[in-house]
Each structure stands twice: as C-alpha cells, then as structure tokens.
Ligand binder design. Sequence first.
Ligand SMILES: Cc1ncc(COP(=O)(O)O)c(C=O)c1O
Length: 417
Amino acid sequence: MNFDVEYIRRQFPALNRTINGHPAAYLDGPGGTQVPQRVIDKVVEYLVQHNANAGGVFATSIENDAILLNARQAFADFFGCSWEEVSFSQNSTTINFMLAQALVRDLSPGDEIIITDIDHEANRGPWQILKDRGIKILSVGVDTQNCIIDMADYQGKLSQKTKIVAINYASNATGTISDVKTMIQMAHENGAITVVDAVHYALHGAIDVKDIDTDFLFCSAYKFFGPHVGILYAKKDKMSGLRTLKVKAMADVCPYKFETGTLNQEGIAGAAEAVEFIADAGSKYENEFNEDLDGLQGRRRKIVAGMLSFERYERPISDYFKRELGSLSKLKVYSPPSGNPKTSTISFTVEGVSPVKVAEQLAQKGIFVWDGDFYAAEMIKSLNLEESGGLVRVGLTPYNTVEEIDRTLEVVSRLVS
Ligand SMILES: Cc1ncc(COP(=O)(O)O)c(C=O)c1O
C-alpha cells in the first residue's frame, strides 16, 4: 500500500510549528492527537451558525439537534452499532464513574468486580471506590516479561460472583492489545456485564462492538483527531435497564438517559468530523482491503478502511523503531513479543537516564514524547518502574513520518553513548 502521508499532513495546521528551529514532531499521540483543519472548521461553524440549546422549535436549536443526531450516526458507524447506542459525555473517566455509580445500584455487598493491572486508572478507580459499598474488587495481574494480561489469573478470578468485568482493549503504556473478545465471552459465560476501555485502541484499530460483543465500551475523541469529548457505546438492552444518574426532567430513553445537562455540542460536532476525516482517508484505500471489508457498506466501510490504512502505514515504522532501539545498549523496550497484537506505541527506558530527562532532551529538538506512568500506574508498578520515573513513550499516528523516528533515534543514540 502506498500511503499518502503528505495528504494527511497537509490537513493538520499544527504540523507547521517549529521549536528551536526544528519542525515539531508530535509523537505524543497516545496523550492526545493533533486536529485536522476540517474538525476545527466544524467547531467554528457550529459556534458561528448553529449555537443553541437542544429541543427548541427555532432554526438554530433545530440545527443543533440535527448535528447531535448526525454525530450519533457517525459514531454508530465508528463502533458498528445503532445511533441509539451512542451517548456523549465529558471524557472517558467521567463516563466510567457515571457508569459505575449506575451499575452499583443493582449490586449487593459481596458481589465481585474484576479489573486489571494493565488498565489506565480511568478503568480502575471508578470500580475501586465501590469497595465502600461492600463490593469486592479483584485485579488481574500482568505477565511482566511479555507485558500482557495473565489470562490464567483472569480465568482463576472469574466466578458466578463476578458481576462486572472492566478491561482494557489496548494499553496506553506498552501498546499491548488484549484479546477482549475472548475475555468478554468468558465473562458472559459467568453472567457478568462487560466494560471495555478503548481509549488507546480507538486510534489504532477499527472497533466492532457487535463482534467483540461487549455490553459497554468507551473512548475519547481527542485521542483520534477530535476535540475533548467522551463517547459511550451501550448495548441497548443493557442501557434500557440501567438506573442512570439523571434528573427527572430528562427522558428515561436511550441514548439520552446517560447524558447529564447540556453537552459540549460544538465539541461533538467536531468529534463527528474526526470520524469523517478517518472515512475520507479510508476512501482512498477501500480497494486495497476488499477482503477485510467484506459485507461493510457506506461510511462504516470507509472508516474501517481508514483504520486499516493507518495501521498498515504505522506498523513498519513502529517495527523499525523497536528494532533500532533494541540494538542500543543500556536501553530496554517494554513491549509484547513480536506476533502478539500491539499498537504502534513504543515505550522504553534508558539505563542511568530518567525518562523525564530523555523527554526533555527530545523536547529541545522539537520532538514531543510523554514520560512517566500516563495514569497506567498499576502497570508501571508491576514493571517495577515506579521509583525510576516510569517509561518514555513514543506514539505514532498517520501524520508521523520515518524521518521523525530517525530524529528521535539520533537523540536517543547520543544519550546512550
Ligand atoms: C487507556 C486510557 N484509558 C482512559 C483514559 C482516560 O481518558 P479521558 O482523559 O478521556 O478521561 C486514557 C487517557 O490517557 C487512556 O489512555
């Protein structure tokens, strides 16, 4: 596949920035991506032309309602579900706290919830506080040699007492993609409800909620070219039965019953345009992925093609980066072994140089990377990196280039020598 990276890059005005005379290299994508002009334009267009609260009979309110419905339909195509299964919120952490507080209303003391050590705190904290209500929280460990979930531990913790399983699709610390489909099937066999954190995964792979069969899944548009908005997929029968945290005036109807107060409507308009950006990229490569797109039509087909094209473009650059890092002495890469599914995110440590120091050296050259625990605090603790400042994390997106990776390697090589 001949991926047209310049076509993508031209759409991101932020890429024109320079730092100390160097072009800015945004390798901080797992913390939040840059935004294409078409998304910025949609946010501005909303505020200039359609700004109104929902449910009125006048022009701007009617337009606002149409924009929100269109956004639900865009995310229905993004997830592979119906628009009535798409709710919006502030961000993923807020979604999960709200979900946990709603689900706990139907739990009893002694019931168990399974979380994992590979998860971001956004998919641990909201469940852990339910300990106050007598709920038992069990956390699945990680195989630290391979940076993957310990499936035997998961199997061992599951039982008829398990009421909720909250798991991670892809680790924002090591890029590990977990076998959520199998984990969800195992949870359902025990009668448990499943919640998937797809925040890191959403930038790197097409989501098919019906295929993995999860009950709930959430992600955040700012991680895939959109504004700061959280999106929840909820299986319709599960949301219908949920006693959400809502005021009486709000209809007890999907998908609105999960949404509190007035939404970030301009942000949602922009988030829907981020989906269109992915679909537009995909429309160039649909023919290359005919086999993978079998049975898919319209915007859903283009979105999946877009995600596949990003993955196909990023994978060789990520493999190259990992190989080159692996050849440097005093450097340790934390990543699942080859053959294990993973995103293009690569994390590492340099012996004798703290992660923040590495990030600072890169920042001097206009290369933006994250250091620390990225709120995947339990994973960092399991890897025994808590005291030494965590990891250096380099994330690839479709607007990054192999030249940016070479610039990164140059700085890191100098540091280790
Ligand atoms: C895997 C993962 N889950 C959850 C979150 C939290 O997302 P939000 O900032 O939208 O609450 C993040 C943010 O970095 C993340 O990477």
